[in-house]
Write a new protein. Structure first.
Length: 304
């Protein structure tokens, strides 16, 4: 290389160019103009978990006409999908003190999802509906989900299967076939029509020797693979969705588990806590349990 060649700065521009065109406050790199400025994710959906308590003292001050109008309006808000905006919505009752009811909404349009939240607050009953918790996240395909080639390498290197064997080829073919639908469900989930669910936020430990982010990727990937195999034992009984919230909320992920029976929720969470990725490196927030109702059934159940 010639001694006249320019060197590169950390920002990618040459020192010569940097001197000729010094960066100015507020200056945007030319490449930035090519990146669309939008609230719509490049892939996946926004996801809201919203939880509410009913303030019955405030509701006692409402007339019967106001309460009737409020019930109708709340049922309408909780039951309206908007293709291309609010793609999925479910409402649910929450036993116990943490909340009385809640709603999960997912879709590409952040403003439309937020509008569900503001419509509840602005409804005739809004003054008597106090939000007790909320969680904002986005759907994603985890970095630990292997593609077909990576899965083949796992079979070869970890499970020591012969790449020329029929078992190896059958497993790779089966994985390749289901990978697309699995990733589609992770990014654009259909909410299962099952009776109950639980939700909890979580993060990975970053303390002393228990620092998840200082582990090599290969070790983290293997731990998550073990974790995933534990969860697969509950296929057909529990459906899981992990959404990402790093930089968006106080926790790094939200975990939503739909189940055919509440006992399956208890069993899967208990079982998976013995995996090293959870036992050693996981931090959990509060758990919220709920059972699903239609909007009108929910309003009747809440007796508002």
């Amino acid at each position: 290389m010639s001694s006249e060649a320019t060197t590169t700065t950390h920002g990618g521009a040459s020192e010569q160019g940097a001197k000729a065109h010094p960066a100015q406050h507020g200056h945007r790199p030319a490449a930035a103009a090519k990146i669309p400025a939008t609230l719509i994710p490049e892939t996946g959906w926004h996801f809201f978990h919203l939880f509410y308590k009913v303030d019955r003292d405030r509701l006692r001050g409402f007339s019967e006409a106001e309460r009737n109008a409020g019930r109708d309006e709340l049922a309408k808000v909780l039951g309206t999908k908007q293709p291309g905006a609010v793609e999925q919505i479910q409402c649910f009752a929450v036993p116990g003190h943490k909340a009385d009811f809640g709603v999960m909404v997912a879709g590409p349009d952040l403003k439309a999802l937020h509008a569900v939240e503001t419509a509840i607050a602005a409804s005739p009953l809004g003054a008597g509906l106090v939000q007790s918790y909320s969680f904002y996240s986005v759907t994603e395909v985890s970095e630990y989900v292997p593609d077909a080639d990576q899965y083949a390498a796992i079979l070869r290197d970890r499970e020591h299967l012969d790449p020329e064997s029929s078992m190896f080829k059958t497993k790779v073919a089966a994985y390749t076939e289901r990978l697309g639908p699995m990733n589609q469900q992770r990014l654009y989930p259909d909410f299962p029509d099952w009776p109950c669910f639980c939700f909890y936020p979580m993060s990975k430990m970053r303390s002393g020797e228990q620092n998840w982010y200082l582990l090599p990727f290969e070790e983290r990937s293997e731990l998550m693979s073990q974790h995933g195999r534990s969860g697969m034992r509950f296929a057909g009984r529990v459906s899981q969705l992990i959404t990402a919230s790093t930089g968006l909320d106080d926790w790094e992920w939200g975990v939503t588990l739909w189940a055919r029976n509440p006992l399956y929720l208890k069993d899967i969470v208990y079982t998976m806590r013995f995996d090293e990725s959870s036992a050693k490196y996981a931090l959990f927030g509060d758990f919220y349990f709920g059972y699903f109702l239609s909007p009108r059934e929910l309003v009747d159940t809440l007796r508002i």
